[in-house]
Design a protein. Structure first.
Length: 785
């Protein structure tokens, strides 16, 4: 097998940052010819002059390309229309095919589809990078934002408010007009285009002029793709107005797209704005929650409060109250809209730094970096360097898959304390570096080079961050080290991802198996010293320390002592101490810190999708259980029971919010085939689509409640949108929600004897409740780790 070494003749960071160091590139977009015009492909590049702040624009030649594994697929295609480069190495995609025009490029792709007999999709012999801008950045080695700080970007925030004549705003309905367009930027400018002063067409024209005059590099909004921009496009079309907000005077180019967040896929109507980036903070919030899993919701107000970004005097208006507020107190609505963009700017500043610094490395635009998953980022880095060194690309492994995963198990359930959490610092990256893990197809050794370089960069940046003189400098360095961490933590996933070009299932299994062995060695050391292992969770262990180990200094010393059993390159870190832990099931637990703060993990314990009153009940019950307050548990149950019976709550307390994980077509096929029952969320979404004419997308969130009088009923026949509930005439199903309360209470059955459980979580009886004699059960499962 042919091997090669990483070419270090250029800049040492070429593999990470690209081999062209041109600074201050803020945007680019393809200059697309008229249909059928076989003209030289061009890329328009926008570069800011640091001294003046002026933007310099240049159209540069660009050569579209793709990779092929079988040149027979180009037989019959005119040879003079393309250039061919045979790449080095034994990997599958040995041929680089280059064109002068987009027309010829796509003619060749269609020719290959015809020859292969598959006109519906790209054949596996073809590796095609769809994005013209990504092709250009890979080909040139350039990246955006080099030599810039995050504050060098001109970022504009946008939010619209709509008067809904029905239950939901419908851009196709004449009366559902835009009544306010709030704008702000990171230079302190704020403005509201008011429907009090202008009719809707003039508001839209004013918006176009303002964006062109302010000339931002980035347009930010919360749910801006699915709502604000889509609504603006539709209303402009109604009035025959061009939403010409591109830097070249063009209108946005819409296209369907989707993003995956752990187990959830969200479809949305994306769009490109020439010369500008679009960043949707809604997606940034969802990406954040993939790792944290503790956000109260994804709405702007909830998230701003979670991060501490909401102003004390912030104006709040519920969605269903917007039309009424506009009619009765329009100035309050205008203030509300302005507060929305102010919070959006703060949220984007808080969450966008990592994407900004990743853009300095990756051959992607800023907007694409913000909406692209981790595997695609690693693949882009690898592909760019293989292209630069003219090395053949591998074909992804097909069939089979990764067999081993992270080590998770539970050994004790109940309430325990004190508790230490010790984890292996950067477990998987450390294993990959120390054991020289890399894809078999990576003949350049680039996988290891990138991982080691990023690790060194992150450590250096963290040292600089600790020595930073100002909060601004510290924040910028923190965003940089976070961007490196995102990539570092993506390498393992690249190995096991079935669609990744450089995947290697056996190497992914080697990492997982080694990780399990390390954790088992760690647990053996804890038990040998008299500690009690409670749970192991992928890269760390919760345990009760030995009786002689009390107080933080002693706990830290004990964890450090465990490093004596670790192999070279692996280090155990002290990652937390807790007064108490409720151990429930694997990856489901609650922790109480020494200051009384609570942390919850696991959908079996506290599911995100349940009704808010249920989540609040379970969280409050856990806190009481950890404090061993049995009387408090009983009082809590009675209080919630009483609220339900007296309708003493708001629809936000009992409405359930569900995400549509499948397309409507998939759902309807499954229902018709008997593979699933009808679901309230989908049936309501379909009803709304019929009412508004707007399509239903995967990832849409539907909030609803249950009406009727029976505790057992078909939910889809008795579901209503949360917005329709009327506090003056409450019609929620009391019997149904009392049943739900009992279902939530049953989560705690493992911790009590059956007769005790019935007393605690039952309505008041003839005799007063007494907690005397009731104890919390602990179950221990002894396993050889």
């Amino acid at each position: 097998m042919t091997t090669a070494t990483l070419d270090s003749s250029t800049h040492a960071d070429a593999a990470l940052f690209g081999h062209d160091a041109t600074p201050h590139l803020v945007a680019l977009h393809p200059v697309l010819p008229e249909t059928g015009n076989d003209a030289q492909a061009l890329m328009r590049v926008y570069r800011r002059q640091p001294a003046t702040g002026h933007l310099h624009t240049e159209d540069v030649p660009f050569y579209p390309f793709f990779f092929l594994s079988d040149m027979q697929l180009l037989r019959g295609f005119p040879r003079q229309r393309y250039r061919l480069k045979t790449l080095a190495g034994d990997n599958a995609y040995r041929y680089l095919v280059v064109f002068s025009t987009w027309q010829t490029h796509w003619d060749a792709v269609r020719h290959i589809q015809h020859i292969s007999g598959d006109r519906q999709r790209r054949p596996e012999q073809l590796y095609l990078i769809l994005s013209p801008t990504q092709q250009y950045l890979m080909q040139t080695g350039r990246t955006l934002f080099k030599g810039m700080t995050f504050d060098d970007l001109h970022r504009l925030q946008l939010d619209i408010e709509v008067f809904a004549s029905g239950t939901f705003p419908n851009a196709e309905r004449e009366l559902d007009r835009i009544i306010a367009i709030a704008l702000s930027d990171n230079q302190g400018w704020r403005h509201v285009i008011s429907g009090l002063a202008l009719d809707e067409p003039d508001m839209l024209r004013d918006l176009v002029q303002i964006i062109c005059d302010r000339d931002p590099d980035v347009i930010e909004g919360h749910n801006i793709y699915a709502f604000d921009l889509a609504y603006l496009m539709a209303r402009c079309e109604r009035y025959g107005i061009d939403l010409a907000i591109g830097r070249d005077g063009s209108v946005p180019r819409p296209f369907a797209s989707n993003m995956r967040f752990a187990e959830r896929t969200v479809e949305y109507p994306a769009l490109d704005i020439a010369g500008r980036h679009v960043v949707d903070t809604y997606f940034q919030v969802m990406s954040f929650d993939v790792f944290k899993r503790d956000l109260p919701g994804y709405g702007l107000k909830a998230v701003a409060q979670y991060f501490g970004l909401a102003a004390d005097n912030r104006t709040y208006i519920e969605g269903h109250e917007i039309a009424h507020t506009w009619q009765t107190d329009p100035e309050r609505l205008l203030a509300y809209a302005l507060d929305d963009v102010i919070e959006t700017e703060r949220l984007a500043r808080h969450l966008s730094g990592s994407a900004f610094y990743l853009t300095q490395m990756l051959p992607m635009t800023y907007g694409k970096v913000a909406r692209t998953g981790p595997a695609a980022k690693i693949e882009a880095l690898l592909t760019r360097e293989y292209l630069r060194q003219r090395q053949a690309l591998p074909q992804r492994q097909r069939g089979g898959g990764q067999m081993r995963g992270g080590y998770t198990d539970i050994f004790v359930s109940g309430v325990l304390g004190p508790v230490i959490y010790a984890d292996v610092e950067s477990l998987y990256p450390s294993i990959m570096l120390h054991y020289d893990v890399k894809p078999a197809s990576d003949h350049l050794g680039l996988f290891q080079h990138l991982l080691r370089s990023l690790t060194d960069l992150r450590l250096d940046t963290k040292r600089r961050m600790e020595a930073a003189a100002t909060p601004d400098e510290r924040g910028a360095l923190d965003a940089q080290q976070s961007s490196y961490k995102i990539l570092i933590n993506s390498f393992y996933g690249q190995l096991g991802f079935s669609r990744a070009l450089f995947n290697d299932f056996s190497e992914a299994d080697r990492v997982a198996t080694t990780g399990q062995e390390i954790l088992k060695r760690m647990m053996a050391g804890i038990r040998r010293e008299g500690g009690t292992v409670i749970e192991v969770d992928t890269d760390g262990v919760f345990f009760v320390p030995p009786p002689a180990v009390r107080g933080e200094p002693a706990e830290r010393a004990f964890v450090d002592q465990l490093n004596g059993d670790m192999p070279p390159g692996i280090r155990i870190g002290f990652d937390g101490r807790f007064q108490k832990m409720l151990s429930y099931k694997t990856k489901n637990y609650a922790l109480m810190a020494y200051n009384g703060n609570m942390k919850f993990k696991g959908s079996s314990l506290v599911a995100r999708s349940i009704e808010p009153f249920g989540r609040q009940f379970v969280e409050a019950a856990i806190a009481l259980l950890i404090q061993e307050d049995i009387q408090g548990l009983h009082d809590l149950y009675l209080a919630v029971y009483d609220r339900i019976v007296r309708h003493d709550w708001h629809v936000q307390d009992f409405a359930r919010t569900e995400t549509l994980k499948d397309s409507v077509e998939h759902y309807q096929r499954d229902v018709a085939a008997g593979r699933r029952s009808k679901a309230a969320s989908y049936e309501l979404a379909l009803a709304r689509a019929r009412q508004t004419g707007q399509p239903v997308h995967r990832g849409d969130r539907i909030a609803y409640y249950i009406t009727g009088s029976s505790p057992t009923l078909t939910a889809f026949d008795n579901a209503r949108f949360a917005e329709t509930w009327d506090r003056a005439q409450p019609d929620e199903n009391t019997a149904f929600y009392l049943k739900r309360l009992d279902e939530f209470a049953r989560k705690f059955t493992p911790f009590f004897r059956p007769e005790d459980f019935q007393q605690i979580f039952g309505p008041a009886g003839l005799f007063p409740f007494s907690a005397d004699g009731i104890t919390i059960l602990t179950a221990t499962r002894t396993l050889d780790p």
